[in-house]
Design a protein around this ligand. Structure first.
Ligand SMILES: [Zn+2]
Length: 683
C-alpha cells in the first residue's frame, strides 16, 4: 500500500511562532492535502522541541519550570495552527509532537541503545566516551568551530551575537568521522535525497571536507533538562540527537502504543521539510544516526529558503520589517496567505514578503483573477440560464451562428488546453515547484477569461439564435472552474470548497484525484448555489494605514497571542523591570562631524560629543535618509554603554537612537526641542 509521511521541523520551544514556522506548516499541509486528495494514506507531523539549556534558561528568566515554559510556548503554537486552519480539526496535521512525551524518551533511548550496540562501517564502536573541550552556542544548540564564532572573551555566536559557553567535560561521542563514505553513497545513489540540488551540492562538499566526531551528551550537572543517556544517567543527551529522533518516535519507533496509533512500519521513511539553516543537522547528522542504528534514512530532506523583506533585507525586529502573524490573521484570508506563500517563494530560494505585496497579489490574482472569473461565470449562469448549468454542446444547426460570432465551436480546444495545464500542474507539484504550478493554473484563468471576453455572452444573450452558443461558452467556463477547484484544493482548501458549493456540486474537491478529471463531467442542469465573492477586494490604502499604525498604548498591552519573537535568541516576550531599563545608558550627544562611510550606502560615520573627555565615534545606518551636513550640531540620543563593535573595519562606540517606521523601516532621529547639555542621561 502506498503511504506518504511528511514532517515539519519541530520548533524550539523558547520563542513564539513566527512567519518561518507558519510557512513550513503551510508547505507541509499543502503536500499532505495533495497526497490525501489522490487517495494516498498520509501522515503529517509537526510539533515542538522542548529540551536543552536554552529552555532551561528561558524558564528561569520567566520564573517557570522548564515544563511550564514548554507548555506556555506550545499553547501559542496550537493557537497559531488553529487560527490558520492547520490543525487536525481543519484537516491539517495528524499529530502534534512534543519531545517531553514519555513515549519519546523510550524511543530515543532505544535508538541510542541500537547505535551503541553496533559498529561503524570501519569496524569501530559507534558511540564512545571521551572528553569535550570547546565552545557551545545555547541558542543554536551547537558546538562551534573556530570559523563559526567571533573571537573575543568569551567568543560570540556569528548567528546570534550572544556569548558562547565554554564546555570542558566528559562526553559521549558519536563516531561521525566513520560515516562519510556511507553518507556520500546515499547522496550519490539517490539524487532526490537532498532537495533542491544546489543544497545537495553544499552538503556533499561539506561531507567530502571530512567529518568530525560529534559530542552527543552533556553532564547532567551542566544540562539537566533533557533525556538521560541509557545506562549512564549522569549524562543528558545532546538536544539535536533527541530532537531529530522525533520523526520516528512520533509514529511508533520504540513504542508499541504509538506504533498502533500511527505506524512506523507503515509510514517510515518520510519526507523531512526543513529550513536551509538547519539542513546540515538533517542531511548529515540525522541520516548518520539512522545508518548507525540500522534504520532506513529519510525518503528525502527538502530545504526551503527564508523570507526576506521586499527590499531583500533580512527580517528583524530592529528593522521593523517583520511580518506579524496577528496582522495576517486579522486582515487577510487564510487562503490568501497560503496562496501568497506558495506563489511568491520559488521553492528552495529566498522569497520576499511585505504586506503591500500580499495585498497586491490578493487583489490581482485572487480578487480580479480567479474570484472574478468564478463570480462572473456564475452570475451569468444565474441571469441567462435560470441558475442551471447549460449544455456545453452546440447542435449542428446552430454551428453557423456560433462561428459567425467567432466562438470556437470545437469544445476540445479548451478541454485540450486545460488537460495539458493539469498535467503540468501536477508535475510541478510533485517537484514541489509550487510557484510554477500556480502559474500554470493561472494560465487557465487567463485562457477562460479571454474566451469569455471574446465571446461576449452579454451580446449573445440578446440574440435568440445564439442561446445555445451562449450556453456552450458558459458551460466551458463553469467546467474549467470545476477543474480549478480540484487542482487548487491543496493550496486553498477553504476557497475551493466555497467555489465548489457555489457551482452547485455535491461531494467535495478534497477527495477527487486531479489526474482522473475528465472534461465534460460537470452535469448539465446542475442548479448553482448562491453566488458570493470568494476573495473580496482589499482596500490597499486603508489596509496599509491600519497595519502600519502602531496601536496607541501598545506598550501597555499584554502581548497578543501570536505576536512573535522572530529571533530565536530573543526568547519569549516578557515585561522588564525598571532595573533592566536602567542597564541601558542613554545619553544626550551632539554631532560634531558626519561623513559617509566609503563603499557603504547605508552607514554614516559620526563624531559625537557626549560630554566626555573625547568625542565618540559612532556608526549609524541612516545614510539613505540624512545628508551628513544637515546633522552637524544636532542633538541626538546615544546608547552609551553598548559594547563597541566593528562595522566594515570601523569601531562604533555606541548606537544612535531613532524611530523606525513604514515597510522600509525609515529612521527618524530622536532629538530634543529644549536645550539640554551634552552627556545628560535619559531615564
Ligand atoms: Zn547561535
Amino acid at each position: 500500500m502506498k503511504t506518504f509521511y511528511v514532517t515539519t521541523p519541530i520548533y524550539y520551544a523558547n520563542s513564539l511562532p513566527h512567519l518561518g514556522h507558519l510557512y513550513t506548516m503551510i508547505v507541509g499541509d499543502t503536500l499532505a492535502r495533495s497526497k490525501r486528495q489522490r487517495g494516498i494514506e498520509t501522515y503529517f507531523l509537526t510539533g515542538t522541541d522542548e529540551h536543552g539549556i536554552n529552555i532551561e534558561r528561558a524558564a528561569q528568566k520567566a520564573g517557570r519550570t522548564p515544563q511550564q515554559q514548554a507548555d506556555y510556548v506550545v499553547s501559542y503554537f496550537k493557537e497559531m495552527t488553529s487560527a490558520f486552519a492547520l490543525d487536525t480539526e481543519h484537516g491539517g496535521y495528524d499529530f502534534f509532537m512534543r519531545t517531553t512525551y514519555p513515549f519519546h524518551y523510550e524511543g530515543v533511548s532505544e535508538l541510542w541503545r541500537r547505535i551503541a550496540a553496533r559498529k561503524t562501517p570501519r569496524g569501530n564502536d559507534a558511540i564512545y566516551k571521551g572528553h569535550y573541550e570547546g565552545w557551545f552556542c545555547a541558542a543554536c544548540a551547537e558546538y562551534k568551530t573556530e570559523d563559526q564564532y567571533q573571537k573575543g572573551d568569551p567568543p560570540t555566536c556569528l548567528i546570534h551575537d550572544t556569548p558562547l559557553d565554554r564546555v570542558s567535560e566528559e562526553s559521549y561521542f558519536f563516531r561521525l568521522s566513520d560515516f562519510d563514505e556511507a553518507l556520500l553513497d546515499v547522496y550519490t545513489s539517490r539524487p532526490d535525497f537532498i532537495r533542491p540540488e544546489s543544497r545537495a551540492n553544499e552538503v556533499i562538499s561539506f561531507v567530502r571536507g571530512g567529518l568530525q566526531d560529534l559530542s552527543i551528551s552533556r553532564l547532567k550537572t551542566s544540562v539537566s533538562w533533557g533525556i538521560p543517556v541509557p545506562g549512564d544517567p549522569a549524562h543528558t543527551m545532546y538536544v539535536w540527537f533527541d530532537a531529530l529522533t522525533n520523526y520516528i518516535t512520533a509514529i511508533g519507533f520504540g513504542n508499541e502504543e504509538r506504533e498502533r496509533a500511527a505506524g512506523f512500519e507503515k509510514f517510515w521513511p518520510g519526507v523531512n521539510l526543513v529550513g536551509k539553516d538547519i539542513l546540515r543537522f538533517h542531511a548529515v547528522y540525522w541520516p548518520a544516526f539512522l545508518l548507525a542504528a540500522g534504520v532506513e534514512v529519510p525518503r528525502a530532506v527538502v530545504a526551503h529558503g527564508m523570507w526576506v523583506d521586499p527590499n531583500g533585507r533580512k527580517m528583524s525586529k530592529t528593522l521593523r520589517n517583520t511580518i506579524e502573524l496577528d496582522v495576517l490573521q486579522k486582515h487577510f484570508a487564510v487562503d490568501a496567505v497560503r496562496y501568497f506563500c506558495l506563489r511568491e517563494m520559488v521553492f528552495g530560494q529566498d522569497g520576499r514578503f511585505g504586506y503591500e505585496n500580499l495585498i497586491d497579489r490578493t487583489n490581482s490574482d485572487l480578487a480580479s483573477g480567479l474570484g472574478n472569473l468564478s463570480s462572473r461565470t456564475l452570475t451569468m449562469i444565474a441571469r441567462y440560464c435560470d441558475s442551471r448549468v447549460p449544455s456545453g454542446k452546440i447542435p449542428e444547426e446552430k454551428l453557423l451562428f456560433a462561428k459567425r460570432t467567432g466562438v470556437d465551436t470545437d469544445q476540445t480546444t479548451v478541454a485540450g488546453f486545460i488537460e495539458t495545464a493539469r498535467d503540468q500542474f501536477l508535475l510541478h507539484f510533485e517537484n514541489m515547484a509550487f510557484s510554477r504550478a500556480l502559474e500554470v493554473a493561472w494560465s487557465v484563468v487567463a485562457r477562460v477569461d479571454k474566451m469569455i471576453t471574446d465571446a461576449k455572452p452579454w451580446d449573445l444573450a440578446k440574440d435568440e439564435n445564439q442561446k445555445l452558443t451562449l450556453g456552450a461558452v458558459l458551460y466551458r467556463a463553469a467546467e474549467s472552474l470545476r477543474w480549478l477547484c480540484v487542482l487548487l484544493f491543496p493550496v486553498m482548501p477553504q476557497a475551493s470548497h466555497a467555489m465548489w458549493k457555489q457551482l452547485g456540486l455535491g461531494g467535495a474537491p478534497d477527495r477527487i484525484d486531479p489526474s482522473t478529471l475528465k472534461w465534460g463531467e460537470l452535469p448539465e442542469g446542475t442548479r448553482i448555489g448562491d453566488v458570493q465573492p470568494v476573495f473580496p477586494r482589499l482596500d490597499k490604502a486603508r489596509l496599509l494605514s491600519e497595519i502600519n499604525q502602531p496601536a496607541q498604548g501598545e506598550a501597555n498591552q499584554i502581548p497578543s497571542s501570536t505576536s512573535p519573537a522572530t529571533d530565536a535568541a530573543e526568547g519569549v516576550k516578557t515585561f522588564i523591570d525598571i532595573d533592566d531599563f536602567a542597564k541601558v545608558d542613554l545619553r544626550v550627544g551632539q554631532v560634531l562631524s558626519a561623513e559617509r562611510l566609503p563603499k557603504s550606502d547605508k552607514l554614516l560615520l559620526l563624531k559625537v560629543d557626549l560630554g566626555e573627555a573625547e568625542p565618540r565615534q559612532v556608526l549609524a545606518g541612516i545614510a539613505q535618509y540624512y545628508e551628513p551636513e544637515k546633522l552637524l550640531g544636532r542633538k541626538i540620543v546615544v546608547v552609551a554603554n553598548l559594547k563597541p563593535r566593528k562595522l566594515r573595519g570601523y569601531e562604533s562606540q555606541g548606537m544612535v537612537v531613532a524611530a523606525s517606521y513604514g515597510e522600509e523601516g525609515r529612521p527618524v532621529l530622536a532629538t530634543f526641542t529644549e536645550d539640554v547639555p551634552n552627556g545628560a542621561r535619559l531615564k
